[in-house]
Structures are given as structure tokens and as C-alpha cells.
Design a protein around this ligand. Structure first.
Ligand SMILES: Nc1ncnc2c1ncn2[C@@H]1O[C@H](COP(=O)(O)OP(=O)(O)OP(=O)(O)O)[C@@H](O)[C@H]1O
Ligand SMILES: [Mg+2]
Length: 456
């Protein structure tokens, strides 16, 4: 079925054409002049317009011209009187698809309409495909869940400003990915983003990396070095793992953010910088502030726009989309069995998207057939989820036994996760005192040794 607008001032002629076309099961809207035809087009989104050229009022050429400016224009076929080919050629130059000469042949009319409709369809498909790409201009960032859609919404809103963004979330949730998106969608996006992982350098080295130094500033400073804050001018500075910064460097950074100036180590003058800062951390900054390892004034400076990325287990609707994305990215025509997808959706993903990505990479390589089955997945994901029970269900001891330490560790971790890292709450979940829980969790390095400030 093709939707067609037929424009012809001669009623008899129009009627004959309309009947021919309708007999083929197409839908025809009839117009006696160009103005009516234009409003019919707006209302009905036809694929094809067949128009006479000579009409009272505006001519068929006017129509061709106007249609050519429409964003989702139909294809236009013009009808010319015998012997006025020049006008037909002009119409084609203005964008008409083809022309027919009077007297019209039934088969010719139908064939031209069908070809025009085909051209229209291809063009529209191409357009919607490009639109899809444009919508995915989230740079390969999957956001199916409402939680991630909300995150993207904030990103879109803040990208255009220079406001400082603080991205928080567990390891592997996509903090860096979001930081990059904030940058790419911003007016600074055409310049390369400047990233530094604050946890990767010891204190003095981090300072040199951030601020640079003048020649001779210290032993070994043989040439001037420009720091990353300076090179971030007009671009975005991404401070990753920002909690892992010494108090000294934090103080220095705070001053830089307030004054928008940097001074190289050993330098005598301050250099103004046009900065936009995006920071990220998976640490509990409030806790760090309480312990005195993070400055609260720096926190408030950074936390102008807070973005919290929930862990993957709290947005399971993202999992199938991420799986498809990682499969498609491999460029191989691998399918995934629904049972396998169910296993992936139920697994709690302590390593979040990074872990899912790694599992998919491994599974794609190792699975022998076209379809990924549950048996292709790593054992910890194949295992059925233990039923959630309110009260303590008797834990089962499998035939092969267990390693108690591993089990203990996993229970402690589960409690910590459920308690969002709050040790008092986690201890209560396991029926332990704060001290006992702390002792055990420290044994596994799950909480830091110096967090011994007692229950809050
Ligand atoms: N929504 C998403 N869509 C597609 N890929 C994602 C998404 N989120 C994360 N990833 C991918 O998962 C991996 C981990 O993401 P990223 O490095 O941004 O996490 P992170 O939070 O910075 O982790 P960490 O805390 O360990 O530094 C990357 O390969 C990233 O491309
Ligand atoms: Mg990261």
C-alpha cells in the first residue's frame, strides 16, 4: 500500500487516475490545486505526489520547489502535456523524481509510482537509521534502565555549562564513560579530554603531573614541565579517583579551582586557566571527610553537580542491552540463549559493567557454537541464585565441601554491599558486634585498618 497525493485540476482526468491507482490497493488523496495538496501532505505523510504541471493558481513547478524544502518530503512525479518536455526537465532539476507525459498509460503510471515509493522508503529508512545513530551519540553508552536514563538526562543538562561534576559509583559502573560523555557533549568536546588518575601517583609526583614545574625547581627538574591542569585549558580536566589525593594536594587543588590559576612548582607567576573539572571516585567521601582524609571544602567545590551511578545489580534492565551491545561490538553473529541471558541478569555483578564486559569477551571467544548457552558462562554465573529468605536458612554444604574462609569473606562482602558500606549495619545483618565484624572484614582487607573509630 502506497499513500499518494494526486494533484490535478481537471476532475475527469483526476478521477480516472485515482481509480487506476486505488484499484491496486493504494490510498489516494485528491487535490484540485497546489495549496490543498500541500495541506494534505502535511496531514497524511504520503510517499508519492503525482501532480499536473499546468494548473490555475500555483503551478506544479511551485509544488516541486516547495516539497524539496520539506524535511520528510515525498517523491514527486510530474505530468506534462505532450511536447513540453522542457518543463518536465525543469521540474526534475528542482527535485522531482520522474515525469509522465499525457496521455497517461495505466501500467506506466503504476510503475513510476511504485519506483518513486521505493525510493522514498529507502531514503526514509536511511534517515531513521541516521537518527538512531544520532540518538546513540551517547558514544556507545547503554542506558536502558530508568536509573541510567536519569543519569544521561543530567549529563545532557550539565554538558553545556562549566559546572564541576562529581561522579560517584562502585568500581566498574561506568564513571569514566560518563565523564567522557560530559566532555564530548560540552562545547569543549572538540578538544581532547585531559585525564589523570590521582591514585596512580605518589604525592609529589601527582603534584608535578597536575601543576608542572620550572626547570631547576628540584633535583632532577632538568627542563620545564607543563602540568595537566595547564593543558586542560579550554578542555575538560578529568580527575579520576579524586579521593586518593593527599591533603596537601587537595588544598592546592582547592585554591586552583577557586582562583582559576595555576603556578608551576618553582614558578614565580600564576597562569590563568579556563578550566572545567569532572571528578570521579568510588570511595565514600562523607566517610573520608569524617576520618579527616578528605577536605570538606574541596568536596563542596567538586560536588556542584553530583552524579551517582547505581551498581549494575540495581539496574538489571540494562543487562540484556549491554550483553547485546558487547555481542554486536565483537562483530560476530553470536546469539544468546534466553536461559543464558537469564543467568546473566540474575548474577549480582560485584564488578559491575566492567565485569560483564570481561565475561562477554571471554564467553564469545570460548563458546564453540553460534549461540551462547548457559554452559558457556563462567561457573559463578551458571550457579542458580540462592533463594532470598528472610530468616537464616540452613546453609547447605555441597558434596565437595567449601573453603570456609571464602564463604566467610563472601558473606561479609554481601553484608557490606547490602549496608552500602556501613559497617554498623553490616554487622547487624550478620548478628555480630561492630568490633567482630570490623576484625573479620579487616582480616580480608575489605575495610581499612584505620576505620576503627567505633560505631557511628
Ligand atoms: N553504560 C555503559 N554502556 C556501555 N559500556 C559501558 C557502560 N558503562 C560502563 N561501560 C564499560 O565498562 C567498563 C568500565 O567502565 P568505566 O571504566 O567507565 O568504569 P569506572 O566506574 O570508571 O570504573 P573504576 O571505578 O574501576 O575506575 C568500560 O570498558 C566501559 O566502556
Ligand atoms: Mg574509572
Amino acid at each position: 500500500m502506497i499513500k499518494i497525493v494526486l494533484v490535478e485540476d481537471d476532475f475527469a482526468q483526476r478521477n480516472i487516475m485515482a481509480n487506476i491507482v486505488r484499484a491496486e490497493g493504494h490510498v489516494v488523496f485528491e487535490a484540485a490545486n497546489v495549496d490543498t495538496a500541500m495541506s494534505m501532505m502535511n496531514d497524511n505523510d504520503p510517499a508519492v505526489v503525482v501532480t499536473d504541471l499546468k494548473m490555475p493558481g500555483r503551478s506544479g513547478l511551485d509544488l516541486v520547489e516547495e516539497v524539496s524544502r520539506m524535511p520528510l518530503r515525498p517523491e514527486v512525479v510530474v505530468i506534462t502535456a505532450f511536447g513540453s518536455i522542457e518543463t518536465a526537465v525543469r521540474a526534475m532539476r528542482l527535485g522531482a523524481y520522474d515525469y509522465l507525459t499525457k496521455p497517461l498509460e495505466r501500467d506506466e503510471l503504476l510503475l513510476v509510482i511504485e519506483r518513486a515509493a521505493e525510493k522514498y522508503r529507502l531514503r526514509i529508512d536511511g534517515l531513521s537509521f541516521r537518527n538512531q545513530l544520532a540518538n546513540q551519540s551517547s558514544h556507545g553508552l547503554i542506558a536502558e534502565s530508568q536509573a541510567m536514563k536519569n543519569v544521561l538526562e543530567i549529563v545532557r543538562k550539565v554538558a553545556s555549562s562549566d559546572a564541576t561534576v562529581l561522579i560517584r559509583g562502585e568500581s566498574g559502573t561506568g564513571k569514566e564513560k560518563i565523564a567522557q560523555l560530559v566532555h564530548y557533549l560540552s562545547p569543549r568536546g572538540s578538544r581532547p579530554i585531559q585525564s589523570i588518575n590521582c591514585a596512580a601517583f605518589p604525592e609529589t609526583l601527582l603534584e608535578s603531573e597536575l601543576y608542572g614545574y620550572e626547570r631547576g625547581a628540584f633535583t632532577g627538574a632538568q627542563a620545564r614541565k607543563i602540568g595537566i591542569i595547564e593543558t586542560s585549558g579550554q578542555s575538560t580536566l578529568f580527575l579520576d579517583e579524586v579521593a586518593d589525593m593527599s591533603l596537601n594536594t587537595q588544598a592546592k587543588l582547592l585554591r586552583t579551582l577557586q582562583e582559576k590559576e595555576v603556578r608551576r612548582v618553582g614558578g614565580t607567576c600564576s597562569i590563568p586557566v579556563d578550566l572545567r573539572v569532572v571528578a570521579a571516585t568510588n570511595k565514600n567521601l562523607e566517610e573520608a571527610i569524617r576520618r579527616g582524609t578528605f577536605r570538606d571544602d574541596l568536596f563542596y567545590r567538586l560536588n556542584v553537580i553530583p552524579i551517582v551511578i547505581p551498581p549494575l545489580r540495581e539496574r538489571t534492565t540494562d543487562i540484556p542491552a549491554l550483553v547485546d551491545f558487547f555481542l554486536a561490538r565483537r562483530g560476530k553473529a553470536k546469539l544468546i540463549a534466553p536461559e543464558a541471558m537469564a543467568k546473566l541478569t540474575h548474577y549480582p555483578w560485584p564488578g559491575n559493567v566492567r565485569e560483564l564486559e570481561a565475561v562477554m569477551e571471554r564467553t564469545i571467544i570460548l563458546s564453540a557454537t553460534d549461540t551462547i548457552e548457559p554452559s558457556d558462562l563462567p561457573p559463578e554465573i551458571q550457579r542458580p541464585e540462592p533463594a532470598e529468605t528472610g530468616s537464616a536458612q540452613e546453609p547447605s554444604l555441597p558434596e565437595g565441601g567449601i573453603v570456609f574462609e571464602e564463604w566467610e569473606r563472601s558473606m561479609l562482602q554481601k553484608a557490606l554491599d547490602k549496608a552500602n558500606g556501613n559497617v554498623s549495619v553490616a554487622a547487624r545483618l550478620l548478628g555480630m558486634t561492630y568490633r567482630t565484624f570490623q576484625y573479620r572484614a579487616q582480616k580480608f582487607g575489605m575495610i581499612e585498618k584505620n576505620s576503627s573509630t567505633g560505631p557511628e
